[in-house]
Ligand binder design. Structure first.
Ligand SMILES: [Zn+2]
Length: 294
């Protein structure tokens, strides 16, 4: 004869196995859920991908080739932002459309990074803390990029503590690779001038010690007036370079280049090219163009 307690135990055993299995199947895989990170644009996603490990999912708001200067958020973008564990953006100056949707608690802005990296050789100390004007293309500043990489490592380490050491090591290594680019000695004095169809390079040229460009337009989308074009043309020689954003070779750009016999070069400042897989590649690609146009 079995006592009532034994009956109860047997009864529970009958159900406990299927029940626990059922619970296992129904419960969400909490630990396997990847960390969701949203980058506002591809250059920041490139920084993230150099640091991120398995378990971190990186999404980009701005499609490849889209300009951050005339961007409208879609409903799906808002959903991505709302679901993100971390939002990585340039900041309110460059991306005012994100300012109201980003909260300080889970966001990291490139604008808030300090240029903690020493200036390249040949730069005077006086250059170190001066006003950059209103060029907000901060991802082209390797000094700020190097600081951002370290900050990204810290932010991801907080979200994924079990991989913290690895994340910080990856961040430090990439940051170091960016700083190493700054130590590349310039290859002799410039022999020609160059013009730009996008006023985006002021911090890049300052960081690497290149001469300032002849700026023709704020962005290739905005065709400058005849007077501006004439004045710029007068400062250039046949054989000089004209840099334009990759896939933004507008008609006026093409015409100006042929009128003045300039070498027209497309520059991938947004990391659109499939072959550019990390931030160091992005900067190296730009360096190659600038060295070529010296
Ligand atoms: Zn721009």
């Amino acid at each position: 004869m079995s006592c009532p307690l034994n009956k109860l135990i047997r009864y529970l055993r009958l159900f406990s196995l299927p029940l626990s299995l059922l619970l296992l199947l129904l419960s969400p895989p909490v630990l396997a859920q990847p960390i969701q990170v949203v980058a506002s644009m591809q250059p920041l996603a490139l920084m993230l991908r150099s640091v991120a490990v398995e378990g971190v999912e990186v999404q980009v708001l701005l499609d490849a080739g889209q300009s951050p200067h005339d961007f409208n958020l879609k409903m799906s973008d808002r959903r991505k932002l709302a679901a993100a564990d971390l939002v990585v953006w340039v900041g309110p100056e460059m991306e005012p459309y994100l300012a109201k949707l980003v909260t300080d608690g889970n966001a990291l802005a490139l604008e808030s990074m300090q240029e903690s990296v020493p200036q390249p050789t040949g730069h005077t100390a006086a250059h170190q803390h001066h006003d950059h004007g209103d060029d907000k293309h901060l991802w082209l500043d390797p000094r700020r990029g190097a600081a951002m990489l370290v900050a990204l490592g810290d932010a991801l380490a907080q979200l994924l503590p079990e991989r913290a050491a690895e994340l910080r090591i990856r961040a430090a290594a990439t940051s170091q690779a960016v700083k190493a680019l700054l130590e590349r000695p310039p290859s002799g004095a410039a022999t020609r001038r160059y013009a730009v169809a996008h006023d985006a390079y002021s911090q890049f040229v300052e960081a690497f010690g290149f001469p300032a460009p002849v700026v023709i337009a704020d962005s290739p989308e905005l065709a400058p007036g005849v007077r501006t074009l004439m004045q710029a043309g007068a400062r250039l020689q046949p054989g000089d370079c004209l840099l334009v954003d990759l896939n933004h070779r507008r008609k006026w750009v093409q015409k100006f280049a042929s009128d003045h016999q300039l070498e027209l070069i497309e520059v991938d400042i947004m990391g659109v090219d499939q072959q550019v897989t990390n931030y160091v590649d992005l900067l190296s690609g730009l360096l190659t163009v600038f060295e070529h146009c010296r």
